[in-house]
Design a protein around this ligand. Sequence first.
Ligand code: ADP
Ligand code: ADP
Length: 229
Amino acid sequence: DNAIEIEGLTKVYRPSAGQGAKTALEDVSLTIPRGGFFALLGPNGAGKSTLINIMAGLVLKTTGTVRIWGHDIDREDRQARCAIGIVPQELNLDPFFTPRELLEVQAGMYGVPKRERRTLEILDAVGLADKADAYARTLSGGMRRRLLVAKAMVHTPPILVLDEPTAGVDIELRQQLWSYVKDLNARGTTILLTTHYLEEAETLCDRTAIIHRGTVAACDTTRNLLGRL
Ligand code: ADP
Ligand code: ADP
C-alpha cells in the first residue's frame, strides 16, 4: 500500500476580481510510498501549494482522485484527514493563544483522549517546552513554524506534510527542524515536503517529483533525477 495516491488530479481556480480562470494542476498522477521522505520540487507558481491544500481539504479539486493512507478524500474524508498532519506555509496563529492551549485544542478536535495527550513531550521535541505558556504573539517566525509542526503531530498521523518549511527560517533553526523531521521519518512517519530549493530535496529526500506549470515533469529517486540534470 502507498501513503498517498493521486490520479488525474486537475484544479481550475474560478475567475475572480478581474482575473480569468487559472489551471493550477492538470492531470497530475503521483504515488508516494509509505515510510518515504518525498519532495515536491518546483518554482513558485508551479502548483505545489494547491496540491497540498487539496490534500488538506482547504481547496476543492476540480477532477481526479486522491487517496490518503488508502482513504478516498471524497468518500472517507474523516479517515483521510486523520492520516495526515499538515504544516502550512503561512505562520498564522491566534496571537493570544499559548502553545499548550493550541495543542490541547487541536487534540480535542481530533478526539485524542486526555490521558493520551503528550502536549509537553511534543513541544519539547520541537524545542518549545520553555515556551509552553507564552502568548503566540511573542514567538519568532522560527518558533511559530516549529509550533505548527508540533500542532500537525498532535494526533500522531502516519504522514506529515510540510509546505515550504524552511522559507524564512534561519540556518540554526533549519537544522533543528530537519533533525526533528528526520527523526520522525526514521521512526516510520512518511514525510512529504514542498520546496523550490534543489539542495533541500537533495539533502533530505529519497524521492522527488518535479512540478512544472501544474504537471509532473519527472518523478524518481532524488539520486536518479540529479544524475540526469
Ligand atoms: P506554488 O505553491 O508551487 O507556488 P500555487 O499552488 O500556490 O503554486 O499556485 C499555482 C498557480 O495557481 C499559480 O499560478 C497561482 O497564481 C494560482 N493560484 C493559487 N491560488 C489561487 C487562487 N486562490 N485563485 C486563483 N489562482 C490561484
Ligand atoms: P527567527 O528569528 O525565529 O528565525 P523571524 O522572526 O526572523 O524568525 O522570522 C522568520 C521568517 O518568518 C521571516 O521571513 C518573517 O518574515 C516570517 N514571519 C515572522 N512572523 C511572521 C508572521 N506572523 N506571519 C508570517 N510570517 C512571519
